[in-house]
Design a protein around this ligand. Structure first.
Ligand code: NAP
Length: 249
């Protein structure tokens, strides 16, 4: 795996699911990892315990990414524990699938503030550090921004905005050596998708049929890609939005 030795990484929404897999992979690649969560302290502590049991470095820090004060506190705590933050994975997100008529103003606020504003706030905090050199931000989008499935309009719109933000931020931050990329995961087996009843559903069967590699994704599928994008091995890659979906599009 690519090396992120001695780097400080924040992974938002890492108490479970893809974020937990990404946090573990970054720790294996040598980074000291801040496992952020919103409510699931127990899940976050489990991820920290898994990392430290393998000799890695990690702490859990509660913060709501949609709250500017929380995000500034998250960065302050990360810097206090491990020094300047040079790797940021914007993974925290919420989703609710519904037909167009079911999209409410409250749900719009919830998804847009977590998925888009959260990504903007953390990016601002990373960039506000004047003592960082080369840094890497990886935003977790969705393959839905390519496949555009029905009943996902609000969620996919929020993630399409994340894709656009990624490309613009890469242009603004590139001159400082800060790279910004996004990955677009395909449907994956996580606590989040299980809670939505995705595992074993017709929707899952259709997605597998449309996936050349013929299965649902797992949290372990994304860590090595994120560790690569975080590392100097990816030093010439920025402003890219990369499909990681077993070929589903
Ligand atoms: N699973 C898939 O099929 C799939 C496919 C494509 C893209 N993705 C993307 O992959 C990422 C992870 O998805 P997942 O399925 O692993 O999600 P998940 O199992 O639902 O976990 C979501 C994580 O985000 C955290 N979170 C939610 N709101 C937060 C907030 N305001 N502040 C801080 N943390 C917050 C949760 O923390 P708490 O539990 O502590 O509240 C949890 O750790 C998301 O960006 C999602 O859009 C997932």
């Amino acid at each position: 795996m690519s090396s992120n030795n001695a780097r400080t990484a924040i992974v938002t929404g890492a108490s479970k699911g893809l974020g937990a897999g990404i946090a573990k992979a970054l720790a294996e690649s040598g980074a000291a990892v801040v496992v952020n969560y919103r409510a699931d302290a127990r899940g976050a502590e489990r991820v920290v315990a898994d990392i430290t049991a393998k000799g890695g470095r990690a702490i859990a820090v509660q913060a709501d990414v949609a709250d500017g004060d929380d995000v500034r506190r998250l960065f302050a705590r990360a810097r206090e524990a491990y020094g300047p933050v040079e790797v940021l994975v914007n993974n925290a997100a919420v989703a609710a699938f519904a037909p167009l008529s079911g999209i409410t103003e409250d749900e719009f606020q919830r998804e847009m503030t977590t998925n888009l504003l959260g990504t903007i706030l953390t990016t601002q905090s990373l960039a506000a550090q004047e003592d960082i050199g080369a840094a890497s931000i990886i935003n977790v989008s969705t393959a839905g921004t390519v496949s555009h499935p029905p009943y996902t309009a609000l969620y996919v719109a929020s993630k399409s905005a994340v894709n656009a933000f990624t490309i613009v931020a890469a242009k603004e931050l590139g001159p400082r050596g800060i790279r910004v990329n996004a990955i677009m995961p395909g449907p994956s087996d996580t606590e989040g998708t299980r809670a939505m009843g995705y595992a074993g559903s017709d929707q899952e069967a259709q997605a597998i049929a449309a996936t050349p590699l013929g299965r649902t994704g797992t949290p372990d599928d994304y860590g090595p890609l994120v560790a690569f994008l975080a590392s100097d091995d990816a030093r010439w890659i920025t402003g890219d939005v990369i499909l990681a979906s077993g070929g589903m599009r």
